[in-house]
Design a protein around this ligand. Structure first.
Ligand SMILES: Nc1ncnc2c1ncn2[C@@H]1O[C@H](COP(=O)(O)OP(=O)(O)OP(=O)(O)O)[C@@H](O)[C@H]1O
Ligand SMILES: [Mg+2]
Length: 238
């Protein structure tokens, strides 16, 4: 049975999809079978994984019986993904649960990449997840919405919610231009599972950069968070 992890943030553009791809690749490198289900109708996981041109079917097609699940799964660098339909028409929590029951035995991990906000895409993702990751950048606006998203997750019985602080810039931390790690943890009221530094290669990932590659500043961060997801105790590095 797969561990099902919803990745959400409240506020948009904080790095949910990038972090999802980085973690999926880090877990795949450890030999795990990993599926990402893009729950955002604006779809970005296919581009971050470099399979955008291949997409024919999405998971909505599976739910609406237009194809089998295998037809809507695409693979890149050992990670599988399903893209989101352009609208949630015909989709319900019951049908989403059916989709996950079809996929459950095939993977070790299923990540559900939520859209921004706490509306339908988020609700669908939470209803089929047992764990949650809330992503926040170290600024007060993101932190407040991350706290709200974590609260909402718990309402849907996502009991094990952890925090990833993304895009941390050490130089700004030293100059006190951003919230420090302890303050972000206190204000989100979520237990930290890792910190991902600002990494230009992630920023340029769809233009020849890479989200997960040895030598990049974020590579070790993704590996460490993947280890913690697997239950290992790894010292905080950033
Ligand atoms: N650690 C990082 N360092 C540098 N750039 C990053 C980092 N994480 C994410 N980004 C960049 O931030 C932008 C937004 O990232 P992403 O699309 O993953 O956010 P999101 O939270 O999924 O957005 P949305 O709410 O629209 O789904 C992208 O251009 C991405 O490359
Ligand atoms: Mg996204």
């Amino acid at each position: 049975m797969a561990k099902k992890i919803v990745v959400a943030s409240g506020k948009g553009g904080v790095g949910k999809s990038s972090v999802t791809v980085g973690l999926a690749k880090a877990l795949a490198k450890r030999g795990k079978s990993v599926l990402i289900i893009d729950c955002d109708t604006l779809c970005s996981i296919d581009m971050f994984l470099g399979v955008g041109e291949e997409i024919v079917y999405n998971w909505g097609d599976v739910i609406l019986k237009r194809c089998d699940a295998e037809n809507a799964i695409y693979n890149a660098d050992g990670v599988s993904m399903m893209t989101c339909p352009k609208s949630y028409n015909g989709v319900s929590v019951v049908k989403m649960k059916w989709l996950l029951s079809v996929l459950d035995e095939r993977f070790d991990y299923i990540f559900l990449d939520s859209p921004a906000g706490v509306d339908l895409g988020f609700i669908l993702a939470c209803n089929v997840s047992d764990r949650g990751i809330v992503v926040s950048t170290p600024d007060p606006v993101c932190v407040r919405s991350a706290c709200a998203a974590a609260d909402e997750m718990r309402k849907y019985s996502v009991t094990d919610v952890r925090l990833i602080i993304n895009r941390l810039k050490k130089s700004e931390l030293r100059r006190r231009k951003i919230l420090d790690i302890d303050t972000v943890i206190d204000k989100t009221e979520v237990q930290l599972i890792g910190v991902v530094p600002e990494d230009d290669k992630i920023l340029h990932s769809t233009m020849g950069g890479s989200i997960y590659k040895r030598g990049q500043v974020s590579y070790r961060a993704f590996n460490n968070i993947a280890s913690r997801i697997e239950g290992e105790s790894i010292f905080l590095y950033f």
